[in-house]
Design a protein around this ligand. Structure first.
Ligand code: GLA
Length: 357
């Protein structure tokens, strides 16, 4: 399995903007995708999460116009022309959502390109929103977190919880970002598995989810109902949803403690326990995610779990650097045995947050 590269597209994006619009961009920014190490389906309940920013990122180049036309070009989804108030389908909705959320007025030219696999559960949508917001606005990065969260939850209408945009804007190289959505506290926690001869692989199952509808919104509603109900009113389903949320928050704290103590086997075990909880109690895993996790664990990984909203997307695998080929080959073989299209993989090193270029 080839690793998907996370190359620097800065020069390419400048050239592509000039080719598309006939002049240089006025501003350029990039924002990373993310993987969440642990703390899944907890952000919208005021819980704890521990994501890292990926080396894979989305670039946005922008320039204002004298009229009110908004002209968008993406290297993956063609072009969109219209005005700020419109609500198109697909990737353009995230760009317009970001522009409205930051209070942008007037016409704009925007060119976007990305190395974040789209729709794979690596927050390609948050990376797009944050890159466009950062390139267009001159506000301090910290002040863009709330508008970028609103861009997705209110403007686009995907009921996500804020973890993706927060780490895209405020993550740090070599660190995971401990987020407490109850108190809004944030803390950088060193994440350096290479010191112990380990690495974090991301395996894209190539099965896709849709946040704006379906399972994510259902799980959010079910667990909100469970948290609001009296203990004696809880159905077995609501008990399972609740047990995931409560136990997952405890696992985040335990994993941070294990990191501080350099206890990598415990870090791995907590990741795997998180997967089991998401699989059986929250029921957001799928056959492909389970196959990646089970295969990785059977061939030497210290821990593995689905990451992101679930129902497809990506799994993360914490394993010894020397076992990379074995683990990926065994996952490929498990896929082939089931007749599934081959998965893809990338190396997740904790990388820099969104930045103006
Ligand atoms: C998606 C959402 C996040 C979070 C995760 C699950 O990635 O965008 O806000 O809820 O799912 O942890």
């Amino acid at each position: 399995m080839q690793l998907i590269p996370g190359e620097d597209l800065t020069a390419h994006v400048r050239e592509a903007f000039a080719a598309a619009f006939g002049h240089q961009p006025a501003a350029l920014a990039k924002a990373p995708g993310r993987v969440n190490l642990i703390g899944e389906h907890t952000d919208y309940h005021g819980g704890l999460c521990l994501p890292i920013a990926l080396p894979h990122a989305t670039w946005a180049a922008v320039r204002g116009r004298d009229d009110t036309a908004v002209r968008l070009v993406s290297t993956w989804g063609g072009e969109w022309h219209g005005t700020l108030g419109e609500r198109p389908e697909g990737w353009a909705s995230y760009v317009l959502g970001a522009l409205r959320a930051i209070g942008h007025r007037g016409g704009l030219e925007v060119l976007v390109d990305s190395t974040v696999p789209v729709g794979a559960g690596l927050s390609s949508s948050a990376a797009l929103i944050c890159a466009v917001a950062l390139a267009t606005s001159s506000a301090p990065v910290e002040e863009l977190v709330a508008p970028c969260v609103r861009a997705e939850s209110e403007e686009v209408g995907a009921p996500t919880g804020g973890l993706d945009q927060t780490v895209a804007l405020l993550g740090a190289a070599g660190h995971a970002l401990l987020l407490d959505f109850a108190s809004s506290a944030r803390q950088q926690v060193p994440w350096e598995p290479w010191r112990a001869g380990l690495e974090l692989l991301v395996v894209d199952t190539r099965t896709r989810h849709e946040h704006a509808g379906g399972g994510y919104a259902d799980r959010r509603r079910e667990s909100e109902d469970a948290l609001a109900a009296r203990a004696d009113e809880l159905s077995p389903l609501h008990r399972r949803r609740l047990r995931h949320v409560v136990s997952e928050n405890a696992r985040v704290s335990a994993l941070v403690a294990a990191l501080h103590g350099g206890d990598w086997p415990r870090v791995g075990a907590l990741m795997t326990a998180s997967h089991e909880s998401l699989r059986h109690d929250f029921e957001v895993s799928c056959a492909e995610l389970d196959a990646v996790v089970d295969t990785a664990l059977a061939h030497g990984a210290l821990g593995a779990r689905m990451t992101g909203g679930g129902f497809g997307g990506c799994a993360i695998v914490l394993s010894p650097v020397g076992l990379r080929d074995t683990v990926l080959t065994e996952i490929s073989t498990a896929y082939a045995a089931r007749g599934w299209p081959q998965p893809a993989a990338l190396l997740a090193t904790a990388s820099a947050p969104a930045t103006r270029l």
